[in-house]
Design a binder for this molecule. Structure first.
Ligand code: UGA
Length: 424
């Protein structure tokens, strides 16, 4: 059965969810406070780079998918999904102000609604938030409208593969407290083949944090093993290939390198650490996961200094700026600490990324941005690979234009022979 859905927030999660629910035949309204984003979505131009998003928008924008800045659109729908950001604050805790504002606005619109309305929280929030913030804020702003129900339904979308992940999830988690809410959420995913699990609100909220923390732990673990392997002259990729074949471990997320970035892992782990400490716990493992992650980019520069002697006035080519391949997102990208460290040592930086240069230009201006890898490599004293963009795999003759061939991978991607890895 097609549903009428409003989605608060047209960011990665909101927009991807919106196009996917539209693709499934639902009628979707995005409520986004940024008028530029609203205009681009309505014009079927994706405001972010995400594989498959443009085609989806072209098929549905102006038909069963529209965007607006006005909350009154909620009244045309029966389900509202909250997909606003919950960025980290100085102390690591999640900033819930956008969530609270959204809840007030939703409640305000629903004051006079007589039919049932389901609110589904998708934003990543600390356990207890749906129960202690979302429900009371919506209920009081709606003047105790008893027709409103709630669910927490976390997303597990990876940037760059988000649309594919939406239609092929490993599981769908439904945190809710009554059968009616569960039934509606189940109906939204009725043609998606995946285990669907009902939990309490808090359990569902915690599943999201624990999943991200475990994945980040796998990466930092691989990096620690990789750092030991490097000292011993062992290839960590061959080691992890053997380790990952144990079905209890699985081969995924064991790629060693310069560590994890992005808008989720660092933020969510910091939040979990803050939550633990607030409760008087000392989350030693999580703190080590973050420490290893902060240190990896510096290790890359340390290795470069060992090979090049001094960085002063040396031209260093950076291949890749995005926090991972297939995205223009540079949030918490490991390229940022690498750039700062290189600059501290007086290096001259020539950077290339297929799509992330405009994003990086907004926060780093004093480096040379190149339009091809070849341009960055020409005359370079060394090259560092910071993102596993597929196009880097085939670079060969481009490296011949370097002044000296010191090539170090922070991400394992090159087929070119004359190179070494940060921990392989
Ligand atoms: C992550 C999770 O994978 C999603 O399941 C989750 O929904 C999302 O966060 C979120 O919380 O919204 P994402 O941040 O898009 O997704 O990126 P990942 O593909 O998980 O990669 C994160 C970082 O880890 C990247 O910098 C990547 O290069 C790095 N990584 C990943 C490694 O260093 N090694 C690996 O083996 C895998």
């Amino acid at each position: 059965m097609a549903r009428r859905i409003s989605i608060i927030g047209g960011g990665y999660v909101g927009l991807v969810s919106a196009v996917c629910f539209a693709k499934m035949g639902n009628s979707v309204e995005i409520i986004e406070r940024d008028p530029w984003k609203v205009d681009t979505i309505n014009a079927a131009i994706p405001p972010i780079y995400e594989k498959g998003l443009e085609d989806c928008l072209k098929s549905h924008a102006g038909k069963n998918l529209t965007a607006t800045t006005s909350y009154t659109s909620i009244l045309n729908t029966d389900i509202t999904m909250i997909c606003v950001g919950t960025p980290d604050q100085e102390d690591g805790s999640a900033n819930l102000k956008y969530l609270e504002e959204a809840c007030k606005s939703i409640g305000n619109e629903l004051k006079n609604k007589r039919s049932n309305h389901l609110i589904i929280v998708k934003s990543t929030v600390p356990p207890g938030t749906t129960r202690n913030l979302v429900i009371p804020t919506v209920i009081s702003s709606s003047l105790n409208n008893e027709n409103i129900e709630f669910a927490f339904n976390p997303e597990f979308l990876r940037e760059g593969r988000a649309i594919d992940d939406f239609f092929n999830p490993d599981r769908i988690i439904i945190g809710c407290e009554n059968d009616r809410a569960e039934k509606i959420v189940l109906s939204l995913y009725h043609n998606i083949d995946a285990p669907k699990i009902r939990t309490s609100f808090c359990e569902a909220e915690m599943i999201k944090y624990a999943s991200n923390a475990f994945l980040a732990t796998k990466i930092s673990f691989s990096n620690e093993i990789g750092n030991i392997c490097k000292k011993l002259g062992i290839d960590v990729y061959k080691v992890m290939n053997g380790v990952g074949l144990d079905h209890r471990i699985s081969p995924y997320f064991l790629n060693a390198g310069i560590g994890f970035g992005g808008s989720c892992f660092p933020k969510d782990i910091k939040c979990l650490i803050n939550l633990a400490e607030t409760e008087g716990e000392d989350p030693q493992l999580l703190k080590s996961v973050m420490d290893i992650n902060s240190h990896q980019p510096l290790k890359l520069v340390e290795l470069l200094i060992q090979r090049i002697d001094t960085l002063k006035h040396k031209r260093i080519a950076l291949l890749g700026l995005a926090f991972k391949e297939n995205t223009d997102d540079i949030r918490e990208s490991r390229a940022i600490p690498v750039i700062l460290e290189l600059q501290k040592h007086g290096a001259i930086i020539a950077a290339y990324d297929p799509v992330a240069i405009p994003s990086m230009q907004k926060i780093v201006s004093n480096i040379e941005y190149c339009s091809t890898a070849a341009e960055a490599l020409k005359g370079a004293d060394a090259a560092l690979v910071l993102t596993e963009w597929p196009e880097f795999r085939y670079l060969q003759k481009e490296f011949d234009q370097m002044k000296s061939k010191i090539i170090i991978e922070g991400r394992k991607i090159l087929l070119y022979d004359d190179k070494e890895g940060i921990c392989w």
